[in-house]
Write a new protein. Structure first.
Length: 634
């Protein structure tokens, strides 16, 4: 029989058990897929070594589709069937889409033709929803990942803009499902970028993420505390991006070359040239745009970086205004910002970097390729969620438990197992033992809240662990594990170590709990913290009193003969004192602290009064164990 290896708790599983997961940046202009291999994230390329996949789908009369570069080539020749920037339509109705009249598509109002309100597009291959179009892009990336990794994926983290609403997020999830992907989580793009830069390991702080893509500009202000990113504000301009810089350069070239109004085809040709020139100017002081137009005209215009900066200045200023607004909304000033992250291919333009540096008075993080950074961060997150956790990795996750999850212990007290604000998924275990000799069952009561007493907490579930073999009180070892998964689902299991008996239950902790109620429960815990602590101390003392009474009783039952009559009387008296103190400790007219003091003194007196008895019992059991053995045998 083969021996199975079991990894040590907290250690990652063997390399061949690495669970393949990817991060996908589903962009407006370009999409990418990345994964973590041998501990570091990398973007996966297609068979031609290209990492970007243009987010473009062209539908063909035979029902098939071209995706990416193949579709890109037909943007101008077959615009009606070549869908670009489909991300703008995700989860949107026709009325939500800006400048519909300028778009080349044959839109179908989703509200009318059973599209659940989402706009649809009529193509040669039939009516397509934005979800289907996005699914084509996702399926292409999934195929790329499976080809290069040589195995099936367990899941993907897909990024979405921080401002995406429920409908847009749901549409993204639906697209992933349609593409056969298991969505581990949707992650906001700025958070993914911050993760790629390892800011989640940084000290707490406020970060600005400046994302200038092809057609959109997003600014997000994030706050990191305890490994959790919170989006303080988002802003930007959904109609401002690298394309506008192309447009400016195009106009400049036509002016300089004194060109007459161009045909559609010539416009397209020159636009491509303008874009290439823009990208070259990010690393060159000047470039020359050369083209031979269909009209026969020869274009040759030299553009310097300085000129380019000048003619696009107003675009950069626009982004600065949006930053100011987002900072106001987040209620932070430039001095509060601990770091700035650059995202999006268009942030390669030096004039953009300079402006951002000047604004924040700091050098932004830009050493990771700005069009890959989001996918890389998503890959890191996916790797964690798939369970490929290296020793020492934190659970740097984005959702937290709103309230503590605990268990009821003796005396109606709450023992917190997963503290409030723990990032999920999270698992914590704690060991408990039996209170009474021969106890064969244990009642497990799962509670939620910040208070010390069960009666002040929210009861989530109860279950019993039965079949514990009878043992002396305190001998059983019952491990209770609380586990909250990424969707906030709590499962609790209890297992007795010697016998292996086990029981478990699953609950939804947030079920029926609104934000108001969470706020109320937190408020209560603050205002009653002092009283709670005293009450807890009293309850603990009561439990201790019960325990020592039971233990003394059972010792007397076994070894009364070790004590003289007088000694027995003294212990009986001390036990009576404890019993009386227990009874009086429930008298609510007395101060909690005072009741605890009286009880504490009585318990201590009994403990001291039985020390000698305990020592004699110990002697006796040692003698018994050694009986018939010589000293060197032991
Ligand atoms: P999105 O997030 O919208 O999908 P990207 O982050 O991929 O977009 O950015 C695409 C934009 O970045 C395009 O306008 C492209 O021209 C621009 N871009 C890419 N490389 C450069 C470069 N070297 N210099 C300037 N702009 C660039
Ligand atoms: Mg992007």
């Amino acid at each position: 029989m083969a021996l199975l290896q079991i990894s040590e708790p907290g250690m990652s599983t063997a390399p061949h058990q690495h669970r393949l997961a990817v991060g996908i940046d589903l962009g407006t202009t370009n999409s990418l897929v990345a994964t973590v291999r041998s501990g570091s994230p990398e973007v996966l390329s297609d068979e031609n070594g290209r990492s970007l996949l243009p987010s473009i789908v062209r539908y063909l009369p035979n029902g098939h589709a071209n995706i990416g570069y193949k579709a890109h080539a037909h943007r101008t020749t077959d615009p009606k069937n070549t869908i670009v920037s489909v991300k703008r339509f995700m989860g949107r109705g026709l009325k939500d889409i800006a400048h519909v009249e300028n778009l080349p598509y044959d839109f179908v109002d989703g509200g009318r033709e059973g599209g659940h309100g989402m706009v649809q597009i009529r193509t040669v291959a039939g009516v397509k929803s934005p979800v289907e179009v996005s699914a084509q892009i996702l399926a292409t990336l999934r195929q790329r990942a499976e080809d290069s990794l040589g195995d099936e994926l367990v899941g993907a983290v897909i990024t979405v803009p921080a401002y995406f609403d429920d409908a847009q997020r749901q549409a993204t999830k639906d697209a992933a499902q349609l593409a056969g992907l298991n969505v581990l989580r949707l992650l906001s793009e700025p958070t993914a970028a911050a993760i790629a830069y390892g800011l989640d390991h940084a000290k707490e702080g406020v970060y600005a993420v400046y994302d200038l893509g092809g057609g959109t500009f997003d600014i997000s202000i994030l706050k990191l505390s305890k490994g959790v990113f919170e989006v303080l504000s988002t802003g930007g301009d959904s109609a401002l991006g690298g394309d506008d810089f192309d447009q400016r350069l195009f106009c400049y070239i036509t002016e300089q070359a004194k060109l007459a109004p161009l045909s559609e085809e010539d416009t397209a040709t020159l636009m491509v040239k303008a874009r290439q020139a823009k990208e070259l100017l990010s690393t060159n002081d000047e470039t020359t745009v050369e083209a031979i137009l269909k009209s026969g005209e020869i274009v040759q215009v030299t553009v310097s970086a300085e000129t380019f900066t000048e003619i696009t200045k107003h675009l950069v200023v626009k982004t600065m205004n949006a930053i100011r607004k987002a900072m106001r909304d987040a209620n932070v000033s430039v001095e509060d910002v601990d770091g700035v992250v650059m995202v999006g291919g268009a942030t390669r333009m030096p004039q953009v970097r300079r402006a951002v540096s000047e604004f924040f008075k700091t050098i932004p993080h830009a050493n990771i390729d700005p069009d890959r950074v989001v996918a890389l961060g998503a890959a890191i997150q996916a790797n964690l969620l798939a369970g490929n956790r290296a020793p020492g990795d934190d659970w740097l996750l984005l959702d937290v438990t709103p309230l503590s999850l605990g268990i009821e212990t003796m005396g109606g007290l709450v023992e917190k197992i997963i503290p409030r604000n723990s990032t999920i998924p999270v698992a914590r275990a704690q060991e408990f033992t039996t209170f009474k000799d021969g106890q064969t069952a244990m009642a497990i009561h799962v509670v939620q809240g910040e208070r010390e007493l069960v009666s002040d907490s929210r009861s989530l579930a109860r279950f019993e662990l039965r079949g514990i073999p009878p043992m002396a009180a305190g001998a059983a070892r019952i491990r209770v594990t609380y586990q909250v998964d990424a969707d906030g689902l709590l499962s609790v299991s209890a297992r007795e170590a010697r016998s292996g008996v086990e029981a478990s239950i699953t609950v939804k902790p947030s079920y029926g709990l609104g934000d108001d109620e969470i706020a109320r429960m937190l408020q209560e815990s603050y205002t009653s913290a002092q009283g709670d602590m005293q009450m807890r101390a009293l309850r603990e003392e009561q439990v201790e009193a019960e325990r020592i009474l039971l233990a003394t009783q059972s010792a007397l039952g076994e070894d009364k003969d070790l004590l003289s009559g007088e000694e027995q009387g003294a212990i009986a008296k001390l036990m009576d004192d404890v019993r009386e103190a227990v009874a009086r400790s429930n008298d609510q007219s007395q101060d909690t602290g005072a009741r605890q003091d009286v009880l504490h003194n009585a318990v201590q007196a009994l403990a001291r009064g039985t020390e000698e008895f305990a020592a004699r019992r110990m002697d006796k059991s040692v003698r018994k164990a050694l009986a018939g053995k010589s000293l060197d045998q032991v």
